[in-house]
Design a binder for this molecule. Structure first.
Ligand SMILES: *Cc1c(COP(=O)(O)O)cnc(C)c1O
Length: 482
């Protein structure tokens, strides 16, 4: 599309008219256009040619069509670019340099190759999703992962739904519809705007009974709230906030003692739900699903794509009689997972059976445990490429910074990391604008680069930049248009 031409430019370029614009067929018959026809088909290429020529006609009538705009080889080149852009999928791979490893907006956990291969196979061949290979009869899709989930958590039974929000909704609807659920005021969480415990409770048809205060809840608060209408005592992980200072909350084991004489279950929404002790890799400690069950939780719900490092899923593990009730609920059918999820989940869970290899084989854990020195070496390797691509308007340095786990996992803990810090100019005005411009240009690369702007700088944390992707990262920086 021709830009408006200034007088100075008009003196040096020759203006073209409508009669200089080639016919559609002429373009379609050009040798250079043949690969486009082969790739995209005549229908799409013809439409693209028409659209572009219409634009040229409008430019010509406005007196702003240059001879160069009707150059045939240039026309084909523009068409190739337009068709390639239109053909690009909306869901694209990008570089997550935000420093948040499990970034909800960027798709959370990355899956290991074992999971990718299992998904490929599930996509391209029929499988025993609900078919019992022993009996030849109908099978249960949960049984594909139930054994391994029980082995890893010490639970009697397990079921899987679409995500953890669905797991909580289903559990509440199945066990507490038209009844009361007792929860501490300090645990009424909101996750990412749309998931709020009080709202989910209402949608599930359960009545929330809040006990205690925001910062302190005691065993007696729960005990005093138990009535014949109670369905369960529930604990919710404070995933994305921390209450510190003068605080008190009640342990799962205490709740279990309180609930047992009344025959009430204790349920725990663990959110991220780790399956192993993360402190062995120097990461912050989190109560595992197994510990929560050992402490007396009757049911535990958690996500598949947070710290677990698998596909989006909601896992419910615990007492066999309660899981059986949950599985009979019609919502279970509405919230069930597809074969791709199960295909990806099983190999990820199996990696946990060999914890000694986990930090190497489970992508999420590998990224979380990347050593700061290794990240530093990488950042320093990338520094000059980025500085060259950005030119003198920007200054790039390699600096220490902190990554976050993300996805509401361990909100207060940060991981020592390293990355590139870009500052705009030196002493020039409108720094903010130059940074915003850079942030946008990086976002518009073929494989967008996403960082974060803070303290007048663009921070590009290298923790999640896989070494095998570095070549692509570097190569596309050369095309950066600022
Ligand atoms: C993340 C989270 C959820 C929601 O899980 P999704 O898998 O995102 O649906 C629910 N409860 C808690 C405590 C969480 O941290």
């Amino acid at each position: 599309m021709a830009a408006a031409i200034t007088q100075a430019e008009a003196a040096t370029i020759s203006i073209a008219s409508v009669s200089d614009i080639p016919a559609v067929d002429r373009i379609l018959n050009l040798t250079a256009a043949q690969p486009l026809l082969a790739q995209y088909g005549r229908t799409r290429v013809t439409a693209a040619v028409r659209r572009h020529l219409d634009q040229l006609r409008a430019d010509a009538l406005a007196g702003k069509l240059a001879q160069a705009d009707v150059d045939e080889s240039q026309l084909v080149e523009i068409l190739a670019k337009q068709l390639a852009a239109a053909n690009r999928l909306h869901l694209r791979a990008l570089f997550n340099l935000t420093g948040t490893v499990l970034h909800t907006n960027l798709g959370r956990a990355l899956l290991p190759d074992e999971a990718v291969q299992a998904v490929t196979s599930a996509l391209t061949a029929p499988g025993n999703l609900e078919f019992d290979l022993e009996t030849g009869g109908r099978g249960d899709r949960d049984s594909l992962v139930e054994d391994v989930l029980c082995e890893l958590t010490g639970a009697e039974a397990a079921t899987v739904v679409n995500n953890n929000a669905a797991a909580v909704l289903l559990m509440l609807n199945a066990l507490a519809q038209r009844k009361e659920v007792i929860v501490s005021r300090g645990e009424l969480v909101e996750i990412g705007g749309a998931f709020r415990i009080p709202d989910i409770m209402q949608r599930a048809g359960a009545k929330l009974v809040e006990v205690g205060s925001t910062n302190r809840t005691h065993a007696a608060d729960y005990a005093n709230a138990i009535t014949p209408r109670s369905a369960m005592l529930m604990k919710v992980h404070c995933s994305n906030y921390a209450i510190s200072g003068f605080t008190h909350s009640v342990e799962v084991s205490t709740l279990a003692e309180l609930a047992r004489p009344h025959g009430l279950p204790v349920t725990v929404d663990l959110g991220s739900g780790t399956l192993v002790d993360l402190t062995q890799w120097g990461l912050p400690g989190e109560t595992t699903v197994r510990e929560t069950i050992r402490q007396g939780a009757d049911l535990v719900t958690f996500s598949g794509d947070k710290l677990l490092g698998g596909p989006q899923a909601g896992l419910i593990v615990g007492r066999a009689d309660l899981i059986a009730r949950i599985k009979k609920n019609p919502l279970k059918r509405a919230l069930r997972v597809g074969k791709l999820t199960l295909a990806a989940l099983e190999p990820v869970l199996r990696l946990y059976l060999a914890p000694e290899f986990l930090a190497e084989r489970l992508t999420t854990l590998r990224l979380l445990t990347r050593n700061q020195l290794a990240i530093r070496v990488q950042a320093e390797r990338l520094l000059s490429v980025l500085q060259t691509a950005l030119g003198t308007r920007y200054t790039v340095t390699a600096e220490a910074m902190f990554s976050q786990i993300g996805s509401g996992a361990l909100p207060v803990d940060q991981l020592p990391s390293y990355g590139l810090v870009v500052r705009a100019g030196n002493g020039a005005k409108r720094h903010g604008r130059a940074l915003d411009q850079l942030e946008k240009a990086l976002r518009q690369l073929p494989r967008p680069v996403i960082g974060r702007i803070a303290s007048d700088a663009l921070w590009l944390d290298c923790r999640c930049l896989e070494e095998r992707d570095e070549a692509v990262f570097n190569a596309q920086l050369l095309d950066l248009s600022l």
